[in-house]
Write a protein that binds this ligand. Structure first.
Ligand code: ZN
Length: 290
């Protein structure tokens, strides 16, 4: 993953909790002790920020890893990924348990973000979903949920992500509209405006977990890709999907064409990302559009 600035202020230091042996943080460091200290630290790249992602290296000898109470898988070389939901609270904790029973804790002080909130005076008609709509929607949601449950062994999560398509950003992640005081759902992805038919590419390696065979009611032609370790991307509103379910894709490979299918006012690519249940901001993986 791109070596992004790690906000020093967001990391509140490692706390080493010895089990069995007494480890004094203040002891004079012999060469052995400083090597030990080095080995019992996490390494990180990324930002502890709402909607952000961190790729890290576990301390040497880590047997298991837990993030806010949930187990986190590690790659063979000790690399792992964790992310912070759009509405993540202030604090998160990562705990590595070492082979010797010792635990290493890392506290994160999650930087909050100022989301753009638009108050809309327009009186939105209370829409009650019709029985016909519910009947159509249920299998769509079932397909989306099934796709999210696929855990591929893709290594895409380890890569620097690229923009799937370039163009004017017409909608940022996290924006929210409030209609006469009642909040609507926030924008779950980033919108990139581009003419219908423009190719878009895989932002990183992955496995296709859903290539809709016909347009979904809201998402239109929906394409979902798993990047491994619980990280996935969804691409909405395509005019055409160029890949098939289960297909492996490479970063930069064309996977679809921009369109305006489903609920869209004009041709654009809506790209959203999740890490397990956390909704994350794609721009924090790609960096600004060059
Ligand atoms: Zn969108």
């Amino acid at each position: 993953m791109r070596a992004k600035k790690l906000l020093a202020a967001t990391l509140v230091g490692s706390l080493i909790v010895p089990a069995g042996i007494v480890w004094a943080e203040t002891s004079e460091s012999s060469a052995e002790e400083s090597a030990f200290r080095q080995a019992t630290k996490f390494g990180f790249s990324g930002e502890a920020i709402q909607g952000g992602v961190i790729v890290g290296d576990v301390p040497a000898g880590t047997r298991s890893l837990v993030f806010d109470g949930n187990p986190v898988p590690m790659d063979a070389d000790g690399k792992f990924i964790v992310a912070f939901n759009r509405d993540a609270g202030q604090a998160a904790t990562l705990v590595a348990t070492l082979e010797n029973g010792q635990t290493v804790r890392q506290f994160f002080n999650i930087a909050p973000r100022k989301w753009k909130i638009q108050h809309v005076a327009l009186n939105r008609k209370k829409r009650t979903a019709s029985a016909a709509y519910k009947k159509r929607r249920a299998p769509e949601l079932a397909q989306i949920n099934a796709a999210r449950r696929v855990q591929s062994d893709s290594k895409g999560w380890r890569q620097d992500f690229v923009w799937p398509v370039k163009g004017r950003i017409s909608g940022m992640f996290g924006h929210q509209r409030i209609y006469n005081g009642s909040p609507g759902g926030y924008h779950t992805g980033i919108d990139i405006a581009a003419p219908t038919g423009t190719y878009f590419v895989a932002p990183a390696d992955g496995v296709v977990t859903l290539a809709a065979s016909s347009p979904f009611s809201l998402e239109g032609n929906l394409l979902m890709i798993d990047h491994g370790m619980g990280l996935n991307s969804a691409f909405l509103h395509s005019s055409k999907i160029l890949v098939k379910n289960g297909q492996k894709v490479k970063r930069g490979e064309p996977i679809g064409k921009v369109g305006a299918t489903g609920s869209a006012t004009g041709p654009h690519l809506h790209w959203s990302m999740k890490w397990n249940k956390a909704r994350i901001d794609p721009i924090l993986l790609t960096g600004p559009m060059g």
